[in-house]
Design a protein around this ligand. Structure first.
Ligand SMILES: Cc1cc2nc3c(=O)[nH]c(=O)nc-3n(C[C@H](O)[C@H](O)[C@H](O)COP(=O)(O)OP(=O)(O)OC[C@H]3O[C@@H](n4cnc5c(N)ncnc54)[C@H](O)[C@@H]3O)c2cc1C
Length: 293
C-alpha cells in the first residue's frame, strides 16, 4: 500500500509551449474512504460522496482518483478505474465523483452503499492551469465531461472569475449540474442533440457570440474529439489559450506502465510529435498540442 511518506513525485516539466506549470505539490496515496452516499442522478449516472483523508482532500480541478472498483459476483479482481474529481470540500472532509454506469467496474461502483469502504488512489495527475490574469473563462462539456470541468467553476467563484458553461447532452434530461453551476455563478447555456442545438456550427456561433459580448481569456473542455477540434479552430482564430482533460484507458495511473501513452504535438505551432502519458503528464493538456483522434 502506498502511504503518505511514500508519496510519488510528479514530473518536473509540463512540456507545454506555454511554459512549465507551477511545480505540482500533490502527493499520491492509497486512501481508504468511507462512502457517505451513492445516488442515481438520472438513468445513466450516479453521484458518489465519500469521506477522504487529508491528502485526498488536497485534490485540484482536473486531477483524478484511480478507484478500486468492487469485484463482480464471480469475485474476479478488476484493474482500477480512473474518475475525475467532481467536487471536494476540505471543510466537510468529502470528495465527490459523478460517473456513468457502463461496464464491470462502474457497475461494481454503483453497488457501493453508505458505510462501505472505497479504495481511492490519488489525487493523480496535472490539473487545469488557468492564466492568473483570466477574468472570463469558458467551460465546454459534453456528457460526463461535466464531472471533470465542474471543479473549475468552484475555483473560478473563489477567485472572482466569470464562467460561461456550455453543456451539451443527447437530451435535456441528461444535462447534469446545470443548477449547481448556476449557483456557482456560471452563465449556463444548454445545447442538446434532441433539438439540434448541439451541432457544431451552432455551438461555434454560441462561443463566438459569448467572446464578442465579453472576451474569453481561457477555455477548457473534456473528452470529446468533436469539441476538441471545434475549440482548436476557434481558439486559434481568437488567440485564446485553452486546455483539454483527456480520457484514456490506463493501467497504473502512476506513470509506470505506459498504457496510456498518446501522441502530442511538441508545441502548438509544429506538427512534430512527441509521446506523453495521460495519467502523469496529464490528464490535462494544452488544447493546440493535443492530437485529435
Ligand atoms: C482521467 C480520467 C478521468 C475520468 N473521469 C470520469 C468521470 O469523472 N466520470 C465518468 O463517468 N467517467 C470518467 N472516466 C472514464 C471512466 O474511467 C470509464 O468510463 C470507466 O473506466 C469505465 O469502466 P467500466 O468497467 O465501467 O467499463 P468498461 O467495461 O471497462 O468499459 C465500458 C466502456 O467504457 C470505455 N472506457 C473504459 N475505460 C475507459 C477510460 N479509462 N477512458 C475512457 N473510456 C473508457 C470502454 O471503451 C467501453 O466503451 C475518466 C477517465 C479518465 C482517463
Amino acid at each position: 500500500m502506498l502511504e503518505l511518506e511514500d508519496a510519488v513525485e510528479a514530473p518536473q516539466c509540463c512540456h507545454s509551449s506555454q511554459g512549465c506549470a507551477p511545480e505540482p505539490q500533490f502527493a499520491v496515496a492509497e486512501n481508504l474512504c468511507r462512502v457517505v452516499s451513492n445516488q442515481w442522478v438520472n438513468d445513466e449516472y450516479k453521484h458518489l460522496i465519500v469521506n477522504g483523508p487529508e491528502v485526498a482532500l488536497r485534490a485540484q480541478p482536473g486531477q483524478f482518483f484511480h478507484l478500486a472498483c468492487p469485484p463482480d459476483q464471480n469475485g474476479a479482481a478488476l484493474l482500477r478505474r480512473p474518475m475525475s474529481l467532481y467536487r471536494v470540500s476540505p471543510h466537510e472532509g468529502t470528495i465527490e465523483f459523478l460517473y456513468k454506469v457502463q461496464g464491470l467496474g462502474t457497475r461494481g461502483l454503483a453497488g457501493l452503499r453508505a458505510g462501505d469502504t472505497l479504495d481511492a488512489l490519488g489525487p493523480v495527475g496535472r490539473g487545469f492551469t488557468v492564466p492568473a490574469s483570466a477574468g472570463h473563462i469558458l467551460l465546454l462539456a459534453r456528457g460526463v465531461g461535466l464531472a471533470t470541468l465542474t471543479p473549475l467553476a468552484d475555483w473560478a467563484r473563489s477567485k472572482g472569475v466569470s464562467v460561461t458553461a456550455v453543456l451539451s447532452a443527447r437530451s435535456e434530461g441528461l444535462v447534469m449540474s446545470a443548477d449547481y453551476l448556476k449557483e456557482a455563478g456560471a452563465n449556463v447555456l444548454i445545447v442538446t442533440d434532441e433539438d439540434g442545438t448541439s451541432q457544431v456550427d451552432h455551438v461555434e456561433a454560441l462561443i463566438r457570440s459569448t467572446h464578442a459580448a465579453r472576451g474569453l481569456d481561457y477555455v477548457a473542455t473534456c473528452g470529446s474529439n468533436r469539441l476538441l477540434q471545434l475549440l482548436q479552430r476557434i481558439t486559434a482564430d481568437l488567440d485564446v489559450p485553452g486546455q483539454i482533460a483527456l480520457e484514456q484507458h490506463m493501467g497504473c495511473a502512476l506513470g509506470a506502465c505506459f498504457a496510456c501513452v498518446r501522441p502530442f504535438r511538441k508545441q502548438a505551432d509544429t506538427q512534430d510529435l512527441t509521446y506523453r502519458r495521460v495519467c502523469w503528464e496529464g490528464p490535462v493538456f494544452d488544447l493546440q498540442e493535443t492530437v485529435s483522434w
